[in-house]
Design a protein. Structure first.
Length: 488
């Protein structure tokens, strides 16, 4: 675990109060941590709206980056993503700058917060990959009417998130780990996570491991959320399903999270800056207080973390001093009154909830050097050329067959949004102006050369606008590409 301590024993943490309701919820957490007797030196820095307005396009200024490099630990309030200035979310920038590859989102039923699932004992944690997948945001307009987003999933990224999931299970004394993927459809991207999970699960024999298709996981979460313990997912699936599970225990006011990397940990509530409540002293600070509890465990302050968590659960169970989102406007107490009540209740335990015993989390050790997975054999045996045209698939196929003559490659198939349309299959397919044209070597031997591909593309380019190429390769004899629907 990476954190620094001052010469007089204080733990150093970068504090980003954030935008909107951020300063109020952060203040509540800082006050409670101090009351619990934990000595922290907070290094306060900005990020988000005020920084965008100063003209820093990333929303994260250099002094904030340097503080995080130094302390390695951050507690942050939500950051607004202003519309009209600043391109990318400063939250995502922070997570990516420090390669916080794992997002932990625990979800625990809180007695006193009435939901459709009250009494079921939900107590699970979603371990979501945080930097890869569609959320890398690598997008291209392929034609004026066809958009593309690249879903890049690496073996290394999967290994890190899978190991993190199992280590979280060990640290939290959990017995079951699920890996939820869409590997039945996306056999290569989602499939890499599934295969990595099945391989690494063998190193954790004391933990029951199960792969589950992610849509079935959503179904099971709606029906029987209490049967889950740890669920590992790729970025987008994890984003969606962790919001669903947050809703099952009372919503955004109760959802904490941690972004963990090999070097840096960033702790933040799941909710945003809720600008309409800013400065009104009405917001529920529980999510950020529970986030601070996760921070304290990261800083190895296990006793203080358990005391605060117990006090939060006790306070809510008592239900005497609650914010408006839980009890409505008429019976509501202010954010500060609720915070003071939690401080007053430090040392008390709830009757109906048991706070888990935690051990230090052992973060996976993965080299930061580039990862090169070396197959025993590799064969480039063709190329997909993506072409924009309003020609019919039949016209395009016949003309490409001619253009390929003499290139050493033959047209194998043309597909449109993943469905084979040439040679004709007899199916009724609605085509757009974006065709993937697959060219392969005529025999099962030999390698395609770059010169062959360049020659072919030049000929195609004389007649059609092409927008991208994908080399077709076999690794260890297995195809490194998928077939379109209907392709032999
Ligand atoms: P939001 O700020 O999370 O607020 C949406 C609604 O959720 C609020 O209006 C409120 O519902 C409820 N809510 C949120 N936090 C609450 C709390 N602590 N206690 C009680 N209720 C709470 O989402 P948004 O309005 O979509 O986003 C606002 C800004 O925050 C945007 O700029 C967005 O980009 C940013 N954002 C930042 C982060 C982050 O920093 N990690 C995350 C998400 C969004 P009611 O209206 O029903 O009372």
């Amino acid at each position: 675990m990476s954190f620094k301590t001052t010469s007089d024993g204080k733990k150093r943490v970068t504090l980003i109060p954030g935008d909107g309701i951020g300063p109020e919820v952060v203040d509540a957490a800082v006050k409670i941590i101090a009351a619990a007797g934990v000595k922290i030196e907070w290094d306060r820095h900005d990020a988000g709206e005020s920084v965008f307005k100063r003209g820093v396009p990333s929303g994260v200024p250099q002094d904030t980056i340097e503080s995080i490099r130094d302390t390695r630990v951050v507690l942050k309030g939500p950051l607004g993503t202003p519309i009209g200035y600043g391109e990318k979310s400063a939250n995502v920038t922070l997570r990516k700058l420090f390669e916080t590859y794992g997002n932990l989102r625990p979800v625990k039923e809180i007695s006193g917060v009435k939901t459709a699932y009250s009494g079921r004992g939900i107590d699970l944690i979603i371990v979501r990959e945080n930097v890869e997948d569609l959320y890398a945001g690598i997008e291209y307009m392929q034609t004026p009417g066809v958009a593309e987003c690249l879903k890049l999933i690496s073996r290394k990224g999967c290994e890190k998130i899978v190991r993190l999931g199992f280590e979280v299970a060990r640290a939290e004394n959990r017995k079951k780990v699920h890996c939820a993927t869409k590997a039945n459809i996306m056999k290569m991207t989602e499939g890499t996570l599934k295969r990595t999970f099945e391989e690494i699960a063998k190193e954790y024999p004391e933990i029951t491991s199960n792969h589950i298709i992610v849509d079935n996981c959503a179904h099971q979460l709606a029906l029987r959320p209490e049967t889950f313990d740890v669920i590992i997912m790729t970025n987008m699936n994890g984003d969606i399903l962790s919001d669903l599970t947050s809703g099952q225990i009372g919503g955004l006011g109760f959802a904490p999270s941690a972004n963990l990397g090999s070097d840096v940990a960033i702790f933040e509530a799941v909710h945003g800056s809720a600008p309409k409540y800013a400065g009104k002293n009405v917001i529920n600070p529980t999510a950020l207080i529970l986030t601070a509890v996760m921070l304290l465990r990261h800083l190895q302050e296990f006793d203080a973390a358990a005391r605060i968590e117990n006090s939060v659960f006790y306070t809510i169970e008592q239900g005497k001093v609650m914010t408006r989102d839980v009890v409505g406007d008429a019976a509501a107490s202010s954010t500060t009154a609720y915070t003071d009540e939690i401080i007053k209740n430090l040392g008390k335990k709830p009757a109906k909830i048991h706070v888990r015993d935690y051990k230090p989390l052992k973060l996976p050790v993965v080299s930061s050097a580039p990862d090169f997975v070396k197959p025993k054999s590799r064969r480039d045996m063709g190329v997909d050329v993506f072409v924009e045209t309003n020609a019919s698939s039949d016209q395009l196929g016949k003309s490409l067959e001619k253009l390929a003559e003499g290139s050493g490659l033959k047209l194998k198939a043309i597909s449109n949004r993943g469905t084979k349309v040439y040679s004709p299959t007899g199916a009724i397919t609605d085509c757009v102006d974006h065709y993937a044209c697959r060219f392969v070597l005529p025999s099962a031997e030999g390698q395609v050369t770059d010169a062959q591909i360049a020659g072919l593309v030049q000929k195609i380019g004389g007649q059609y606008r092409w927008m991208h190429l994908e080399k077709l390769a076999e690794f260890d004899g297995a195809p490194g590409y998928t077939k379109s629907q209907g392709e032999d």
